[in-house]
Design a protein around this ligand. Sequence first.
Ligand code: HEC
Length: 240
Amino acid sequence: MSEHVRYFRFVLSFLLLVGALAIGISALRYWSEHGEADPTRYDRPTGSTGPVSYRKQIKPILENRCVVCHACYDAPCQLKLGSWEGIARGVSSDRVYNGSRLVEAPPTRLFVDAQKASEWRKRGFSPVLNEYRNTPEQNRSSSLIYRVLSLKQAHPQPTAGLAPDVLDFGLDRKQSCPKIEIFDLYEKTNPLAGMPFGLLASIERIKSRSSDGSSRARRTTGPRSFPRARKPKSPHGSAS
Ligand code: HEC
């Protein structure tokens, strides 16, 4: 083995070790700050207690902006946002379709292979809603859904041109599916990973921004209208 290859391998292993250590420390710090999680909290829908209705306000957003990706067996991180049970189940970094798998994997069919969130936790799924202390602040800071939405708000998609190259839209893209315990670290290194992934701000927001007088939003968003076709001028004047 050449000297260069050996050196490269050493540097790579060192970097991997440092990365793994940083992730480990970050998770340990999270647990010591936030105590123990309660995996049974979302075993049953809690019912709406505040002014916001899941059915009337949240579900339409999920259906318009999320289920296009988060619905089928190939949903990123197996996160299915089309039903309460899918949200309560959360994420797993195991892929359902994995061409390199040699031996059978236990199936993870929603509504079939487990029924409660706590049963999914035993099958390797981690929550996207807060399972730590049940306070309004913590329900935001320890919810992956809240965190990925805020990340997008802080780093919105450019409203013109193509999506940045770092965003991979391939079906076979690598996925990270970081758990909430290491999300602080993840968002620093992946500022463009907010949700909805790679999509523009909602049309309503763009429209309201344009009516606020932001001419940039008006000029650069949405498909450009094509110039209207003109009747070719007849060399002999009017055709009629
Ligand atoms: C264009 C496809 C697409 C859309 C639309 C989309 N997502 Fe995602 N989502 C992804 C991909 C890809 C990942 C995996 C990212 C990774 O881990 O590398 C993901 C991962 C996630 C995760 C898991 C993050 C983690 O830390 O494990 C959450 C939560 C999520 N999305 C929520 C949403 C919500 C809420 C919406 C709608 C507002 C949404 N997504 C819309 C593609 C999409």
